[in-house]
Write a protein that binds this ligand. Sequence first.
Ligand SMILES: [Zn+2]
Length: 101
Amino acid sequence: MHNSLHFTTFDPLRDAPEFCQLCESRPPVFHFELSTERPEEEPSHRKGFCCDVCATRLVRTLERTESQQWSAEEAALAADDFDTAEFHKRLESLRAVMESR
Ligand SMILES: [Zn+2]
């Protein structure tokens, strides 16, 4: 399963709450759905309305989840005696991109 994050627009006159459902301080600009699956945890599915600041936070959450999953996969491969050098290189370059922000 892949982790996913979807944003959609919505009709502000119809079905939106007055405030972002994550920070409860700014008006919402998107409807979001975040699905994540971490190693050794129940899959999580969250959805609601969020502001632009929280939308950025959700993207970071998705990045972190993906990075954790890759680390777990690398550990599993290493435990099975696979050569993880190539995989490790890709993981390191992904981390470098994320940390440079
Ligand atoms: Zn917010």
